[in-house]
Design a protein around this ligand. Structure first.
Ligand SMILES: C[S@@+](CC[C@H](N)C(=O)[O-])C[C@H]1O[C@@H](n2cnc3c(N)ncnc32)[C@H](O)[C@@H]1O
Length: 235
């Protein structure tokens, strides 16, 4: 995937998604792309196909942006980077994107380049990607959240992108722990999860004192977290 670039990013209404196929630049190989809000997203067959409903995470991040301090967005488990890129594009914030799969990072870089955003894409596990002194006012995370025993019901989706361990929250917990360390004072965190139940369980153990859940169907939810509780005050 290195060296491929999405061309012709155009403005679309947020929320529309159409599949198209382009040719990889300099080759005759087809390159799958979808329209995701205002951007055209290149992804790869080894990645999760961008899901239209997840534009809601971009939208919430855009809305929350006006209530947090200035500074970059951190996107954890970015995949091809589209959720964070829409938020960066619409808010004018810079963005750091983290994924531990090389092809995801290559797509994220290409997608950022195509819309003129100089994204800092870090190809590393969550814990290794963020410096101890770095702080982010707006953090979004889209971890794998399907319980391991249920991944067989998602044939065709790459296991690493969807397998969230025994209760589906293994990687989400790592994202929240990283967010607690890295969120700026007055900042906010928005995590994508596999439904209300997961969101409420994660909120309860998150170590943040304010939370809000938005549900988008039985297995789709977003969790907003604010105000991390200092480690010394946690039970
Ligand atoms: C549910 S997918 C989301 C990707 C993208 N946001 C999307 O909507 O297609 C989860 C992503 O997390 C990445 N991932 C899983 N475990 C990770 C880890 N420990 N550190 C960094 N990235 C991880 C996977 O490579 C995958 O791209």
């Amino acid at each position: 995937m290195a060296g491929t670039v999405v061309v012709g990013a155009t403005a679309h209404a947020i929320g529309t998604t159409d599949s198209t196929t382009r040719m990889r630049r300099g080759t005759r190989e087809p390159m799958p792309t979808v329209t995701f809000g205002p951007i055209e997203v290149e992804f790869d067959g080894d990645l999760l196909t961008p899901r239209p409903w997840t534009i809601e995470q971009s939208r919430w991040a855009i809305a929350v942006s006006s209530s947090v301090p200035d500074g970059p967005i951190l996107e954890l488990c970015s995949g091809a980077g589209h959720i964070g890129l829409v938020a960066a594009l619409e808010t004018g914030r810079s963005i750091v994107q983290v994924d531990d799969v090389a092809v995801a990072c290559a797509c994220a870089r290409a997608n950022a380049l195509a819309v003129g955003i100089d994204a800092d894409v870090r190809c590393a596990p969550i814990e290794d990607a963020i410096g101890a002194d770095e702080r982010f006012p707006l953090i979004i995370a889209d971890p794998p959240y399907v319980p391991s025993t249920e991944t067989s019901g998602h044939a065709g989706d790459p296991g690493h992108a969807i397998d969230g361990g025994a209760d589906g929250l293994a990687v989400a917990r790592r994202c929240v722990a990283a967010a607690r360390r890295s969120v700026a004072d007055g900042g906010a965190v928005i995590v994508q999860l596999g439904g209300d139940d997961q969101a409420r369980r994660l909120a309860a153990e998150s170590g943040f004192s304010r939370s809000e859940v938005r549900s988008f169907g039985p297995d789709r939810a977003l969790l907003l977290l604010r105000e991390p509780v200092p480690a010394a005050d946690r039970a």
